[in-house]
Ligand binder design. Structure first.
Ligand SMILES: Nc1ncnc2c1ncn2[C@@H]1O[C@H](COP(=O)(O)OP(=O)(O)OP(=O)(O)O)[C@@H](O)[C@H]1O
Ligand SMILES: [Mg+2]
Length: 235
């Protein structure tokens, strides 16, 4: 068996300030390679903070974050590690306004040879090849979100972290993204952690983590009875 893609061991994170906010409290979680996990919970419960800790964008106060067997505290070049191993779709899409979608998507490749071709392939994957030369303000919100996803996967990272990727997209876009997630797992073995408010997105995950006040309240496993759920919807 491969080691788990993600291991969190008693991970905590607080934000300092006049009133200290304990955003994540002693969270333990393992995500298997190729698994899709959804994190759901109320606004302010710490979901984005947790995702940032997994994505090494933020550092835990206590505990360990281990990605594919590597304790991120011990990684010497964290920026490079992140670039190679992790794709991140932010809650706000964070595209650069003055660059075309194509150039935005190519950014993580840092000018490596063939970057533009790879960026074009990623845009095709999210159905945006025809908008490659547009800047973010010239496309719709759903298209911006899809471009942000193209940017996150352009490197074919082993771990994809997505914070409300379907936050402001319609049901067609949502279906497209869910299909894309399935393809990324099937074709590239990607591990996906997605924060979502959408039951349809959560229903697609292998497990749903219910987050409350910085802790895991409970985890619901959804073994491959997806057909059963879908059949239930049709009934
Ligand atoms: N940079 C920060 N400084 C101080 N407090 C913060 C910061 N970022 C988040 N918080 C606080 O930490 C807690 C967890 O925030 P977080 O963004 O992780 O929640 P969330 O579950 O992602 O919420 P939402 O669903 O609204 O995106 C909240 O109480 C929030 O106000
Ligand atoms: Mg959030």
């Amino acid at each position: 068996m491969n080691p788990p893609a993600i291991i969190l061991r008693s991970v905590s994170k607080s934000y300092p300030g006049a009133e200290v906010v304990q955003a994540v409290r002693e969270v333990d979680l393992e995500v298997a390679s190729g698994e899709m996990v959804a994190i759901v919970g109320k606004s302010g419960s710490g979901k984005s903070t947790l995702l940032n800790l997994i994505g090494t964008l933020d550092r835990a106060d206590r505990g360990q974050v281990i990605l594919h067997g590597k304790d991120v505290q011990r990684v010497s070049d964290l920026a490079r590690f992140r670039r190679e191993e992790i794709g991140f779709v932010f809650q706000l899409h964070c595209l650069l306004p003055h660059l075309t979608l194509l150039d935005n998507v190519a950014l993580p490749l840092q000018g490596q040879s063939g970057a533009i071709a790879l960026a074009r392939t990623a845009l095709e994957r999210v159905g945006l090849a025809h908008r490659a030369k547009h800047t973010p303000v010239k496309v719709s919100g759903g298209e911006r979100q899809r471009a942000a996803i193209a940017r996150a996967i352009v490197n074919k990272p082993r771990i994809l972290l997505a914070d409300e990727p379907t936050g402001n997209v319609d049901s067609d876009n949502e279906a497209l993204l869910l299909t894309l997630f399935d393809e990324l797992r099937a074709q590239l073995g990607m591990t996906i952690v997605v924060v979502t408010h959408e039951p349809t997105v959560a229903a697609r995950a292998d497990r749903v983590v219910y987050f409350k006040d910085g802790r895991i309240e409970r985890i619901e496993a959804r073994p491959s009875e997806r057909e059963e759920i879908e059949a239930g919807h049709e009934a």
